[in-house]
Each structure stands twice: as structure tokens, then as C-alpha cells.
Design a protein around this ligand. Structure first.
Ligand code: AMP
Ligand code: MG
Length: 407
């Protein structure tokens, strides 16, 4: 039997980040940047008001500073987007709005809250510091500095920054396109009635969503029966839109295990037993004229999910060009005893939480690979090493964190 680490190495072998392309900003959401982005101008680009109020000269405000509210004539309005044509004359003020350019001669802004809000004349009750309520050009970003480095994952705030420095397109690595299909003649689309012996197909929903969360563009193909010709035809049809193919089911040693039967014949996919629980039967290789990577995961829902997490998610992240490839792990105290098969790495569904500032983890229910309910209530997997068969209550374990949902 192969170890989990050996199989992961094999899965990642030959997988490289996808070639960069130019994308419109919103299409680049979730992609990794393939260029260093340099600010072409200062941010802000010009001195501007940080509050609605009055543009003033600091030196005119001695009386106000000394505690005497003073009336000033107000010569004009400066809305955002409309610079003042005239400089600020000594002894006067101008009404100015947040984000509007500071007129020449002005070196402070008085927030409207410190005034009577007058239009032709305004009384100022308090004086700002020199430069008060002015956002200086370049105080956020200086022209010429690198604001985002190659390899940065583009989330909402990064897209905002790119737009702020004037970028409408950006060079980045596209999201890998992942095609998910499930095999099994017992499978029925959810929503349709079931005959005895049939089950609602579920793996492809879980894995398509998991692939999206991993950063891929994922396509659910749905159900293919245990029919060799249909399986091959379907995979071939899908290759046009696939950087990666994921199948579930049909890789055990049973009769009708059609994935194994068909793909073994092609000679480009290897089937192995991996020393893990759940998820022992695994296949990986390439298919089609472009040698598209294909991963054939076991059919049991928990096995399929764990296999995806452990082997396919790192592959998607490698294609995206983001690090780290693997889920974060923490060390936690296991509050219930747990047994684990000798010689296999166990991924036990679990609930991780923080108690008294320490991580504690509770294994959830049984470890049967069909137990989807426990999987759906887990936020983590306890990873029990191959050599460990018993974890006592209170023992320290490594926990792979699936989501930040901690109680
Ligand atoms: P297999 O690997 O094809 O032998 O399937 C193993 C078990 O997983 C069987 O009980 C199947 O019915 C079940 N199974 C396979 N594929 C799916 C699927 N897409 N959704 C839900 N259960 C599945
Ligand atoms: Mg099957």
C-alpha cells in the first residue's frame, strides 16, 4: 500500500500553475496575480478634505483657538470632483465636501460639526490643527511603489486597490476548470423519486462546491451509469472545458467498477491502494490529447470528500499558483478517546473549538465512510498517524481545519 504522502506527491507531480492571462477585474476575483502592480500615481492623487466642512487658513484662526467663536465670510463651495478655480483668500473660508480638492492657500479644514453650518457666513467654534482634516496626496500609496506582488490572491480588498490605482484589467493565473462527474447505476438526480436500491446522487454536489471553494471554476456533469462506453464518451466530451477531471465511484475491486476498468485500459491512469481511512482506493493520471489530469475518487461520500481534501484540493491550489497547498493544521486536545486502524492514516470527522484559550477537538460519531451526517456537522478532521491505534481522552492530536467556523 502507498502512503498518503507518496500519493500526494504523485498527484502533484507534473502539475504546474496555469499560464497567466489578462482578465477584467471582476473576472480576476479569486485568481492569483501574475505581475507586480505598481501605483502609476499617488493615492490619494491630490490633497483633499477628509470631512465635510470649511477650507480655512490656519493662521486666520488665532481668535478661535483662543476660545472666541468667530464669523468668517464664505466665498464659494467646493463639491467632490470640482476643484476651486480660485485660491482661498486670507480671512475667508470656503465650504468644502469630503473628497473635494483642497484649494490653494488652505492648510486646514474645519468640520461642519464645529461650526454653525452657515452659507454666506459661518461661525467657527473650534480650530483644527495645522493640516487638520486634510488627506495628503500619497498618504496612502506613493507613486511608483509596488502595491500588490505577483502571487497575491485577489480578494475583494485587493480588487478595490487595483481599481483605485486605475487598473481595469490585470494579468493573473486563471482559475482551473474542474469537471466533476459521478458514476454509479444506482444514482438518481436529487429531487427525483427513488426506486428500491436507488440513492440520490450527492458526491458531485459536495465536490463541485468544494472545488469552487478551493478556487476553481467547477462544472458538475452529474451522473454517468456504470457503462464503460458512456463513461469514456462523457469524459471525452468534457475535456474541452477541463483543466482537471474528478470522478467518483467505480474504483474498488467489484464487478461493474467501470472507472477502473475503462481507464486502466487506457494505460495513463494508475490505480492504487493508499494507506488511509477513509479513501483507500485512489486513481490518478492523465487523459485525452492534452494529457488532462484526472483523479478518480472512491464512491463512498465521506471517502470522496476526504480524498478531495487531501489530494485534489492541493492540486487545484498548485494550478492556481497559491500557497500553501494544504489546509492549515493545529494541535488540539482530543476530549474523547479515538481508535484508529494500524498502518493507516485516519482522517476522523471532528468538531474543533476553543475552550479556555486552548484548542479542543471532539471526534464525531462513527467513522464509516457512508456517514454523511457527521461529515456535514464537522469543521475539521483529526489526523491520526499510521502508527497510532489509540488516542486516549485528553491526548494531543493534529487537526486539519476545514473552516474557520469555531464555537
Ligand atoms: P463505488 O465506489 O462505486 O463502489 O461506490 C461506493 C458506495 O458509494 C456505494 O454505496 C455507492 O452507492 C456510493 N456512491 C457512489 N457514488 C455516489 C454518489 N455520487 N453519491 C452518493 N453515493 C455514491
Ligand atoms: Mg459504483
Amino acid at each position: 500500500m502507498k502512503s498518503v504522502d507518496e500519493h500526494l506527491d504523485d498527484c502533484l507531480r507534473g502539475i504546474a500553475p496555469l499560464d497567466p492571462i489578462e482578465l477584467q477585474l471582476l473576472d480576476a476575483h479569486g485568481c492569483s496575480l501574475a505581475e507586480d502592480v505598481v501605483a502609476p500615481w499617488d493615492l490619494p492623487n491630490f490633497d483633499n478634505a477628509s470631512m465635510d466642512g470649511y477650507a480655512v487658513r490656519f493662521e486666520d484662526l488665532d481668535a478661535v483657538r483662543a476660545g472666541t467663536p468667530t464669523e468668517f465670510p464664505v466665498y464659494g463651495d467646493i463639491p467632490a470632483g470640482r476643484p476651486s478655480a480660485l485660491p482661498l483668500a486670507p480671512g475667508t473660508a470656503m465650504r468644502i465636501m469630503t473628497g473635494a480638492p483642497i484649494p490653494d492657500g488652505c492648510d486646514a479644514v474645519i468640520p461642519v460639526e464645529w461650526t454653525d453650518g452657515g452659507l454666506a457666513h459661518a461661525v467657527f467654534d473650534r480650530a483644527p490643527d495645522l493640516g487638520g482634516f486634510i488627506r495628503r496626496a500619497g498618504s496612502d500609496v506613493r507613486q511608483g511603489v509596488t502595491v500588490l506582488e505577483e502571487g497575491t490572491r485577489l480578494g475583494p480588498a485587493q480588487l478595490g486597490l487595483l481599481a483605485a490605482v486605475g487598473r481595469d484589467r490585470v494579468r493573473c493565473r486563471p482559475k482551473p476548470r474542474v469537471v466533476v462527474l459521478s458514476t454509479g447505476s444506482e444514482l438518481v438526480e436529487p429531487g427525483l423519486p427513488l426506486q428500491h436500491g436507488q440513492i440520490s446522487e450527492s458526491n458531485s454536489f459536495a465536490l463541485t462546491a468544494a472545488a469552487k471553494e478551493a478556487g476553481a471554476l467547477a462544472y458538475r456533469v452529474g451522473i454517468v451509469g456504470d457503462d464503460p462506453r458512456r463513461l469514456l464518451d462523457t469524459i471525452e466530451d468534457q475535456l474541452i472545458r477541463a483543466d482537471l477531471v474528478v470522478t467518483t465511484g467505480g474504483v474498488s475491486a467489484g464487478a461493474y467498477d467501470v472507472v477502473k476498468e475503462v481507464l486502466l485500459r487506457l494505460g495513463t491512469v494508475d490505480f492504487d491502494k493508499v494507506a488511509m481511512q477513509p479513501g483507500m482506493p485512489q486513481g490518478r493520471g492523465t487523459i485525452g490529447p492534452d494529457s488532462t489530469p484526472i483523479f478518480t475518487l472512491p464512491g463512498n461520500p465521506v471517502s470522496a470528500f476526504v480524498s478531495f481534501e487531501v489530494f485534489v484540493r492541493p492540486v487545484i491550489r498548485r494550478m492556481l499558483g497559491v500557497e500553501p497547498l494544504e489546509r492549515p493544521t493545529v494541535r488540539a486536545s482530543c476530549i474523547e478517546p479515538l481508535s484508529s486502524p494500524q498502518g493507516k492514516r485516519q482522517f476522523a470527522r471532528s468538531w474543533l473549538s476553543v475552550e479556555d484559550g486552548r484548542y479542543v477537538v471532539r471526534p464525531l460519531g462513527g467513522q464509516g465512510s457512508h456517514l454523511m451526517n457527521d461529515l456535514a456537522h464537522a469543521n475539521s478532521f483529526i489526523v491520526v498517524p499510521e502508527v497510532v491505534t489509540e488516542v486516549p481522552a485528553g491526548g494531543t492530536v493534529t487537526v486539519m481545519v476545514l473552516e474557520r467556523r469555531l464555537s
